[in-house]
Design a protein around this ligand. Structure first.
Ligand SMILES: C[S@@+](CC[C@H](N)C(=O)[O-])C[C@H]1O[C@@H](n2cnc3c(N)ncnc32)[C@H](O)[C@@H]1O
Length: 214
């Protein structure tokens, strides 16, 4: 089977254009149809292109891509934009469930964990990389068993929720590195103990954390 060369899945890194591979910009420029979150689409010049904003419409998108794979007489070029890296908790996982890897081409991006570890000058070959974004995990056990832990968060399992959980379980002394809105002008990175963070208020919405246990 020959690989389809018209559906691309591209990582946009943390969000600032400086952190997006030139190959992604070239690919987007050649695309007729762009699919991605509003934050993702706003990075590119979409003039003259069809765009589909991702929300709870993944079934419709899968359906559209299946149709194009069967019949694409105009040679439409399609790009699906995902945040961070394609291989780490992105829509690529969903695509793998619905399509063969022959159906698309992947261009990776800089992941949140690469970005945050770089910002604080730390390597991550010895870190445990995980996520509580949209999923539960035994955070306390993860912290106790991994001296260096990275977690994607979400609004429910937030940096504050994690800080409180650690304090409630005798781990208030752990250092937390909390990063919000990586690469944007209003990026924030805090490094404090869970106990210190437990009493702080911040409006962090796009947030990832490193937890250091000793
Ligand atoms: C669906 S996951 C996507 C992960 C992405 N594929 C990656 O490689 O980082 C969404 C989560 O990624 C993290 N994230 C994505 N972009 C971010 C940014 N610019 N700043 C901080 N965290 C970010 C947040 O934890 C967010 O809740």
């Amino acid at each position: 089977m020959t690989k389809s060369q018209f559906i691309y899945i591209c990582g946009i890194g943390p969000g600032h254009p400086d952190y997006i591979l030139p190959a992604v910009f070239r690919r987007v420029a050649e695309s007729d149809l762009l699919i991605g979150g509003k934050r993702h689409l706003s990075l590119f010049d979409c003039t003259g292109k069809e765009t589909i904003a991702l929300s709870n419409n993944i079934d419709d998108i899968v359906c559209r891509l299946r149709q194009l794979l069967q019949h694409n007489p105009d040679g439409k070029q399609v790009t699906l934009l995902v945040s961070g890296d394609t291989g780490f908790h992105s829509l690529l996982g969903t695509m793998e469930r619905y399509f063969s890897s022959e159906d698309y081409v992947v261009i990776p991006g800089i992941s949140s964990f690469q970005y945050l570890f770089a910002q604080v000058g730390m390597s991550y070959h010895d870190a445990h990389i995980a996520s509580v974004h949209g999923q539960d995990a035994d955070v306390v056990n993860l912290v106790r068993t991994h001296p260096k832990l990275f977690l994607l968060t979400d609004t429910h399992r937030s940096w504050k929720y994690i800080a409180q959980l650690l304090c409630d379980n005798g781990l208030g002394h752990c250092q937390m590195i909390v990063g919000d809105r990586f690469s944007y002008p209003d990026e924030t990175i805090l490094r404090k103990t869970a106990r210190e963070l437990e009493n702080e208020e911040h409006e962090f919405g796009l947030c990832s954390v490193i937890i250091l246990y000793s």
